[in-house]
Design a protein around this ligand. Structure first.
Ligand SMILES: [Zn+2]
Length: 181
């Protein structure tokens, strides 16, 4: 969860135990996170709206992060679309340079893998293509692939996504229906 680097070694209590001791053993309050996100970035932070009391962090188990965060693919940087997005970037330090560099790398890697996937499909190697597609979904920073899919219908998509990449994404990778507008 959170940074998407796929190095989950810690369990984060989304709503910190300090604030909600009764949720200490609530399964739905446990997220697998990396050590940095859990112990260095978020710690016991849980920003809430002072008026409504509503949590200002995007809950990745229940919300589409894309509603609150936009990934600029060629810089690897997240931009906040909402106040919640802003608090999420700040709390999890999603703007750390290591993550931005890793997301830029992941963007290049996704393009290469998507082209390889399309080549395998067109030469009739469906099983190898399937393995390639699964690896693509498992790789660190899979949020980049997701952002590529979400960028397809955004204005200016053609500036960041080549036609061939856009074509593969459009026909083979879709947004979960519960999050589709
Ligand atoms: Zn992390």
């Amino acid at each position: 969860m959170y940074c998407g680097d796929s190095l989950g070694t810690a369990i984060d209590h989304f709503e910190p135990i300090k604030l909600a001791p009764l949720r200490a053993f609530d399964w739905l309050n446990h997220f697998l996170a990396c050590e940095y996100c859990n112990s260095n970035a978020k710690r016991a932070e849980y920003p809430c709206d002072p008026l409504t009391g509503a949590c200002l962090l995007v809950d990745p188990s229940a919300e589409d992060p894309y509603d609150h965060l936009q990934l600029v693919l060629n810089t690897g940087r997240y931009r906040a679309k909402t106040r919640k997005g802003e608090a999420t970037i700040a709390t999890f330090r999603l703007d750390r340079w290591q993550l931005e560099r890793a997301r830029r790398d992941a963007f290049d890697r996704c393009e290469d893998m998507l082209r390889g996937y399309a080549r395998l499909l067109s030469s009739g190697e469906h099983q190898r293509a399937q393995i390639r597609a699964e690896a693509l979904l498992r790789q660190p920073h899979a949020d980049v692939l997701y952002a590529m899919v979400r960028t397809l219908d955004a204005p200016g998509a053609a500036l960041v996504l080549d036609d061939d990449i856009a074509g593969i994404l459009r026909t083979r990778f879709t947004v979960p229906s519960r999050w589709r507008a």
